[in-house]
Design a protein around this ligand. Sequence first.
Ligand SMILES: Cc1cc2nc3c(=O)[nH]c(=O)nc-3n(C[C@H](O)[C@H](O)[C@H](O)COP(=O)(O)OP(=O)(O)OC[C@H]3O[C@@H](n4cnc5c(N)ncnc54)[C@H](O)[C@@H]3O)c2cc1C
Length: 386
Amino acid sequence: MRPGGRSHEVVIVGGGVIGCSIAYHLARRGQAVTVLERGKACAEASAAAAGMLGAQSEMEDTGPLFQWARRSRAMFPQLAEELKAITGIDIGLVREGLLNVAFSDVQEAELRAREKLQRAAGEQADWLSAAAAARLEPALSQAVRGALYLPDDGQVEAPLLAQAFVQAARQLGANVQEFAQVQGLLTEQGRAIGVMTSDGPLYSDCVIVASGAWSGQLLAGIGVKLPVYPVKGECFSVLTPKPVLRKTLFTPGCYIVPKAGGRLLVGATVVPGSYDRKVSLAGLAELLDRAKQLMPAIGEAEWEKAWSGLRPQTPDGLPYIGKVPAVEGLYAACGHYRNGILLSPITGKVMAELVLGGAGEQGAVSQLELIFEPSRKELHIIEAAH
Ligand SMILES: Cc1cc2nc3c(=O)[nH]c(=O)nc-3n(C[C@H](O)[C@H](O)[C@H](O)COP(=O)(O)OP(=O)(O)OC[C@H]3O[C@@H](n4cnc5c(N)ncnc54)[C@H](O)[C@@H]3O)c2cc1C
């Protein structure tokens, strides 16, 4: 214990779905862990998310992020049971699949190419004519060219998943402190020794930065450049008297996700570079136009609410997950952009294994260290982790 401060073994900065998944996985392995969240836990991007598990719909190639994503998607059924058993929270896992819809020749060609790629990678993906797609989802617009049906891209209730991680981590012994702002990272001779909070220093053997779109700011304070930036996304939801969709409808610039009780979640705008979370009427109007193109009857639904969140993005679109080079004991897990809900189980598991010394998935540790290399775009961060 250092003079003037408390000592903790692992401190996680940020109580979003990523920080709380890591805390859950560490606590499950018996590790003492403290999460410091400057506001309410899981009230930022993790509460705003639509909850799609778009391992196939979100990935344009079958590169490292796709491999990472499909492994994470496969973890959900067991995770849902575990979290339910510990907390009683049902994360709302629905495995009805997704229709990735084309309106033009160009979109059709792109989706048919993706069908080939994903089938070659062993995934299920089926191109459907407009008529076949309409048989699956009669509310779909008649203007569609067809759709790529991805039966394994499910969804969860993102805010419930995030809450379940917080609660499960707490029940397993993690100390989740809300309204605890971290003002800076503390280092000594190339080692992380803790964090500075509004209540003074808090020392620890290991610090994990999982602060979403704000991660780069904290690391910049100790001279580490991690270019994570915010991309605002606005959403709205409407209610229908009875369920009108079973599968998620997805097209560039808009998706409609059917939730329990006839609720439809419509997202999302893409506004890079701003920490402003205001919901703009222009953004909502644009979304509504696109949603009506996908499903004309949505115009008759009852308004529920609108909201926004800040996706943490990186210049090459890959998240930063692993040890921060040159600072012993310092780790980062951030930059999950549009897929932090999908990627939260695997990020939590692998980070816990990394911090605890690499037990678990063979190869994961050395591969994760590599993703901080400048040339990481060419690196296959996951393949060697099987
Ligand atoms: C509109 C929208 C729709 C989305 N839809 C999907 C989807 O369908 N599927 C999917 O997989 N993903 C989706 N995402 C992406 C997903 O929400 C994010 O990738 C994920 O929530 C990121 O989690 P996080 O924990 O890194 O960040 P956050 O949830 O933002 O959490 C970071 C936390 O760190 C805290 N923090 C920051 N700085 C400090 C500090 N100095 N001290 C203490 N605490 C601090 C913040 O208060 C915050 O609570 C969507 C995002 C948005 C905005």
